[in-house]
Design a binder for this molecule. Sequence first.
Ligand code: IYT
Ligand code: CU
Ligand code: CU
Length: 301
Amino acid sequence: LNPGELASRSRKVLTNPHNFSVDIHMPGVTPTSSDTYLCMSYPVPTSHDAYIVDFIPHASMSTVHHMLLFGCQTPASTRSYWDCGGAWGTCKGASSIMYAWARDAPPTKLPKDVGFKVGKKSKIYHFVLQIHYGDISAFKGDQPFTAGIYLLMSVDTVIPPGKTVTNADIACDYASSPMYPFAFRTHTHRLGKVVSGYRVRDGKWSLIGRQSPQLPQAFYPATKDVVVESGDTLAARCVFTGEGRTSETRIGGTSDDEMCNFYIMYYMDSKHAASFMTCMDDGSPELFQHIPAEANVPIAI
Ligand code: IYT
Ligand code: CU
Ligand code: CU
């Protein structure tokens, strides 16, 4: 019993030539609304008496709420599949329920040597599989959430030679739909000591992530539950040292230049998602007066 796939067929089980299995698939069906009931029929593939001794469900709880298998003399429709939620039912006349699979309960196994009689004498010539598609979001082409990157980068930092601490500060007001950060990455060249990123809301600074850019510059998990909403400010600080340099170091592409980057990897509701945003503003000194002291504490490497 396999909803959502094409073709129905029967095949012999090799261990015993009298045993066979029947695959009953939904014929390429895509339910278009939640809580749809769809049925398809499949002829009992023998004119003799036969017994069903086992059922193997192939369904996922993420899409299917329940599956019922009925036996009928005549299905309610001759179409490959039909809507069997309303008055248009499963069978013309009598139907016998033979099997049920539901997300909430494990299916019952038939005891040894027990089988449902189908075929000739039973008057059951068709199987009708009814599927209740619960949540259909898995059938939709688009994802419910869209990932994106928010990059905070400095464009104008100048690091004086020999000076042990130079801060590169970046901040922007956030004015888009809610953003859920789940990872962050820092990037500087040789002079970066620590890079930190924050959400600032009503004067309160919440850490999104903080890392040494001298460690592998991977995406690391962000602090959980720091949701960024319209009206918040995003702020980042890179701490540089000018030790070992004899001239000013500026932002640039070579390894003797520097960079100050804080990347936020996030997801957003797909209905109003923006997938790449950049902040290149310096942020006011008044704002950065209140940055937590940890932003200037070096990270052991
Ligand atoms: C001047 C600077 O900071 N460049 C960074 C950030 C950056 C990334 C991208 C700038 C732009 C971009 O399109 I993507 I304009 C920079 O080059 N960072 C590197 C690269 O992204 C590989 C890094 O490793 O973070
Ligand atoms: Cu159901
Ligand atoms: Cu770089």
